[in-house]
Each structure stands twice: as structure tokens, then as C-alpha cells.
Design a protein around this ligand. Structure first.
Ligand SMILES: C[S@@+](CC[C@H](N)C(=O)[O-])C[C@H]1O[C@@H](n2cnc3c(N)ncnc32)[C@H](O)[C@@H]1O
Length: 251
């Protein structure tokens, strides 16, 4: 089962037996090969749950609600106007941009390492309309932003980076945030009983524990403005918890 969706109890148990840090298993070439072998569709981005339209609806609505709550916490962001420039990081074929970021940002740049996915973005109506801006075909570990962003949205993809790469990525994002800019992560959480990160060799990714995320954010000089567990997914699907974190530079 894809790392973007459910892991069974058996998979969770076996991941905690491995004494090596989970991220030491990450192999970028294997991840790219995995994703390149998948169809360039919105469903692919959600693994086996992609066939359920409610899943993406709940996710995108949850993101909109979360961002609204975060904006209320920052007086200069509390208006209704759109952010000038956003970035969809680990964008896939643009599911998040199409269903959410394009409604809250005037222009959205996209960062995604799989060429067949960025081709979909390049051919899209949103690109022709100028709502999708620059498209970078590169992994987040190799992205060096050269602009100032009001919102950098990173969803269901940092599991492909090692811990050190996540910290470096956040540090680079921190210096490319506009004044009052936000960096958001929305990722699955590990449910390992010993609070360990879980490695998935299917797509060569790691699902991190909440404590690990907090440690990486702090190491990169960020503070959590707000965090929230995504609600609304049916219990019967045994999904891993999904958590959003809105980050600002530590003052
Ligand atoms: C589960 S999909 C999520 C896509 C999109 N964020 C969404 O929610 O629809 C994971 C994405 O991470 C991308 N990915 C793989 N390795 C990556 C890396 N090193 N940096 C950034 N993204 C990566 C994959 O190509 C894929 O598009």
C-alpha cells in the first residue's frame, strides 16, 4: 500500500524492529523510479484511496479550513485577499494546487522531481492562465528558492527526504519566506508504539513521528504557529493520522 495512505498493523510492527534510523534507508533513485512507474493522475497521488473522491475532498477542505484559522492568528494575514505567491512542494500532478492553493494564491510555483508529473503541470489550464508560475523539476533536497514566497505548502512528500535534508530544506525555505510568510507541512504521522519513524520500502519513504517533526522544525529555527490533525476520514479505513503544521521563523 502506498505511503500516502494506510499502513497495516503488520507493517507498523515490522518497521519498529529495524535498529537503523529509518531515514538511513531512503534511496532517492528508488523513489523516483516508484513514482515514475505510476500513472500521472490525481488518484495516483493518494495511493489506493485515490479511487475514493471523498478522500481528496476532505483533505483539501481541511487544508482550506486550517489556513483560514492560521491567517486569523496573524493580524496582517487575516484579510480575505489572496497570497501573492505560493509554492506547491512535492506537487505531483497538481492536485493540491488545483483544489486548494490556486484558490488562495494569485500565482503558485511548483516543485516536483518526477518529469512526467511536471509535464502535466506544464500542459495544464492553470499554467496557461498564469496561475501556475514557475515549475521546477527537482527534488526538495535540490531546490534552492530564488524568490520570496507568502506560502510554501509541503504535503505528503518530505518522507522522501532524510532528516538532515528536511532541516536543510526548511532553512532554505525560511530565508525565502516573504514578511509574514508561512511554511506549512501536511504529512502522515507514525503510529509506532515506540514513537519511531517508519520506513516503507515500497516507495522508499519514511513516515515520521510527531516528536521528530517538532525536533526538525526546531533544528531549522522555526516555531509552530498552529498544528492540527486532519479530521473527517472514516475510521473504517484505518488511516494513519495526518497532521498540518504552520511554521514561522523563530523570533
Ligand atoms: C503522495 S504524492 C503527493 C503529491 C501531492 N503533494 C499531493 O498531495 O497530491 C508524493 C509526491 O512526492 C514526490 N516526491 C518524490 N521524491 C521527492 C523529493 N525528493 N522531493 C519532493 N517530492 C518528491 C513524488 O514524485 C510524488 O509526486
Amino acid at each position: 500500500m502506498s505511503s500516502s495512505t494506510i499502513k497495516s498493523e503488520t507493517e507498523k510492527a515490522s518497521s519498529s524492529q529495524d535498529p537503523a534510523p529509518a531515514d538511513s534507508n531512503i534511496n532517492h533513485a528508488a523513489s523516483i523510479e516508484y513514482w515514475s512507474s505510476k500513472p500521472s493522475t490525481h488518484s495516483t497521488m493518494l495511493g489506493e484511496l485515490g479511487e475514493y473522491p471523498w478522500y481528496t475532498r476532505i483533505d483539501l477542505q481541511g487544508s482550506k479550513n486550517f489556513l483560514t484559522k492560521v491567517r486569523r492568528l496573524v493580524p496582517s494575514l487575516s484579510g480575505k485577499e489572496k497570497f501573492k505567491l505560493g509554492a506547491d512542494c512535492g506537487a505531483g500532478v497538481g492536485r493540491v494546487t488545483e483544489g486548494f492553493l490556486s484558490h488562495v494564491c494569485e500565482v503558485v510555483d511548483a516543485v516536483e522531481p518526477v518529469e512526467k508529473f511536471t509535464q502535466v503541470l506544464k500542459d495544464s489550464k492553470l499554467k496557461q492562465e498564469g496561475i501556475i508560475g514557475d515549475i521546477y523539476t527537482v527534488g526538495l533536497e535540490g531546490w534552492h528558492p530564488e524568490k520570496k514566497y507568502d506560502l510554501i505548502w509541503t504535503q505528503w512528500c518530505v518522507g522522501h527526504l532524510t532528516d538532515a535534508q528536511v532541516v536543510d530544506y526548511i532553512v532554505r525555505c525560511r530565508s525565502s519566506l516573504a514578511e509574514n510568510g508561512l511554511l506549512v507541512f501536511k504529512e502522515n504521522l507514525s503510529t509506532d508504539p515506540q514513537n519511531k519513524d517508519m520506513y516503507d520500502d515500497e516507495d522508499s519513504s519514511v513516515t515520521r513521528a510527531d516528536a521528530k517533526f517538532k525536533q526538525l522544525f526546531a533544528a531549522a529555527g522555526m516555531q509552530i504557529l498552529k498544528s492540527e490533525i486532519q479530521t473527517g476520514f472514516p475510521k473504517s479505513f484505518d488511516l494513519l493520522p495526518v497532521k498540518s503544521y504552520a511554521l514561522r521563523p523563530k523570533v
